[in-house]
Design a protein around this ligand. Structure first.
Ligand code: RP5
Length: 168
């Protein structure tokens, strides 16, 4: 199947080594019926292309940018610097170093006036980025609002089922 070149959601990641973690985000968005644009672009290794992507994303129909990076993770901040779209940052855990705390702080500690909505480190954050993107889009889309409500209901029912099984 051809990769989407147009979507309301774009996922950028700093390296292909982030992809196994970000698959959780891609899968969750697809489960919601959203087929995201997925690019490997780096604030440090491909700065011009990454910034060009951010600067033109809005006019290309993107409404939310999800940016995942590890180590000195500047990708989400660079997206925020070049776009007025809401930016969701996902800190990646690098193979070495302080277990993703480096990326968490690099992503979340934005200067006043330039926010990045920062998720948890790793796969939990990757999944939450998809849910958060859906929450943003659902504000102006009734179909997606229903998708969000159904997701929340199913999640609640799953936990209560496990509780009932444990106590039966
Ligand atoms: C970051 O550096 C990437 O987002 C990745 O998490 C980390 C390591 O990149 P690789 O050396 O695995 O390409 O820019």
């Amino acid at each position: 199947m051809a990769k989407p070149t147009q979507s309301s959601v774009a996922i950028l990641m700093g390296s292909d080594s982030d992809l196994p973690t970000m698959e959780a985000c891609i899968k969750q968005l697809k489960d919601f019926g959203i087929h995201p644009i997925v690019r490997i672009l780096s604030a440090h290794r491909t700065p011009a292309v990454a910034c060009e992507f951010a600067a033109t994303a809005g006019e290309n129909g993107v409404k939310v940018i999800i940016a995942a990076a590890g180590m000195a993770a500047h990708l989400a901040g660079a997206m925020a610097a070049h776009s007025q779209l809401p930016i969701i940052g996902v800190p990646m855990q690098a193979k070495e170093g302080p277990c993703g705390l480096d990326a968490l702080l690099s992503t979340v500690q934005m200067p006043p006036g330039m926010p990045v909505g920062t998720m948890a480190i790793g796969k939990a954050g990757a999944k939450n980025a998809a849910v958060f993107a859906l929450q943003i889009l659902a504000l102006s889309d009734e179909t997606l609002a229903k998708t969000l409500a159904d997701f929340r209901t199913a999640q609640t029912e799953k936990v209560l089922k496990k509780d009932a099984e444990l106590n039966s």
